[in-house]
Design a protein around this ligand. Structure first.
Ligand code: ZN
Length: 325
């Protein structure tokens, strides 16, 4: 998806890791760095009368150490090797999406802040919206599943200019968490670093910020689900039109490998790692039992598929691409 040589790729990964609050002196990234042509960066499909457009914001990197934090290396290493997960760095995609209900255009999450070091290969939201033919001025509502910088990042540079008409919806718990003068005592250290940027977004949007209770509707057919753990106020969304449904997980189920095979494997990026694991298990169970179509934020693009039970865990089944014309 990106033209770069291995040296630039590793450097970007290292800078990204440092910029997002990690110190990784040496990186051995088992990556195929052969240049490929950029893709258009969007994929649209129907949920009943609604149109869903998955948008590619790009990829970024997090240290492998930060995943499966409660698992011993003897168990973790063979699993990561078997799933082609590099020993030092896990690559994550970021997939914001637009729900077009016919009455309202709702953007769910906004990717990373373009031009920042850890977004060397991300921050493409505006380009992907343009490729999909979606005018930023036509977005009525931005919903944030939570306020980590890979979700609020697309609003940081120019909160009122980027989406001139939009309201911002997030859970009241999440707003309180990040907008509190006392944020440093409520957030893990690594997350607290990005709270000032989030506060600038809230201040710039002012009365256009609408905190809601998890479980409230955002529009007819678009309902939030309280899924705390990743952050205290994390929300997932359930979209329904006609007999079709789509579950938008946000970061409650972060990875298509270990989050599915071993939902109880904990993740540093869950503010409450135990609660995160519990919520993940419950949401996977619901998706499998109710045969829901699922959109995942950090899954290989476009990140749409189903969940089936397998063994003691679950398996991700990517949906087929359906191409018209
Ligand atoms: Zn995320």
């Amino acid at each position: 998806m990106f033209s770069t040589d291995r040296r630039a790729f590793l450097k970007a990964a290292a800078l990204g890791a440092v910029a997002s609050g990690f110190q990784i002196p040496e990186l051995a990234l088992a990556a195929d760095s052969r240049p490929v042509k950029p893709s258009p960066g969007y994929y649209s499909f129907a949920i009943g009368e609604f149109q869903i457009t998955m948008l590619c914001d790009g990829i970024f990197f997090l240290p492998t150490d930060s995943f499966a934090t409660n698992i011993q290396p003897e168990e973790k290493k063979p699993y990561f090797d078997a799933h082609y997960l590099a020993p030092d760095i896990v690559r994550l995609q970021a997939n914001p999406l637009v729900i077009d209900t016919g009455q309202k255009r709702i953007l769910v999450d906004t990717g990373l802040t373009p031009g920042t070091e850890w977004a060397a290969h991300a921050g493409r939201l505006t380009k992907s919206l343009a490729a999909a033919g979606i005018e930023p001025g036509s977005v009525d509502t931005v919903v944030l599943t939570h306020c980590h910088p890979d979700h609020i990042g697309g609003l940081v540079t120019d909160p009122t200019g980027q989406f001139p008409k939009t309201d911002l919806v997030l859970s009241e718990t999440e707003l309180d968490l990040w907008n509190s003068p006392d944020f440093a005592s409520k957030l893990p250290d690594w997350a607290a670093q990005s709270a000032p940027a989030a506060q600038k977004v809230f201040a710039a949007l002012g009365g256009r910020v609408h905190p809601i209770k998890g479980g409230a509707d955002i529009a007819t057919g678009v309902t939030t689900i309280d899924t705390p753990g990743h952050t205290q106020g994390h929300m997932s969304l359930l979209v329904g039109s006609g007999s079709d449904q789509l579950l938008i997980t946000g970061d409650a189920i972060a990875n298509i490998h270990f989050s599915f095979d071993h939902p109880q494997w904990q993740i540093k990026w869950d503010h409450d790692q135990e609660k995160g694991a519990k919520t993940r298990g419950a949401l996977l169970d619901r998706a499998a039992n109710d045969r829901l179509l699922v959109a995942g934020y950090h899954y290989p693009f476009p990140g749409v598929g189903h969940v089936v039970k397998e063994g003691m865990g679950y398996r991700w089944l990517p949906a087929d691409w359906v191409l018209d014309g």
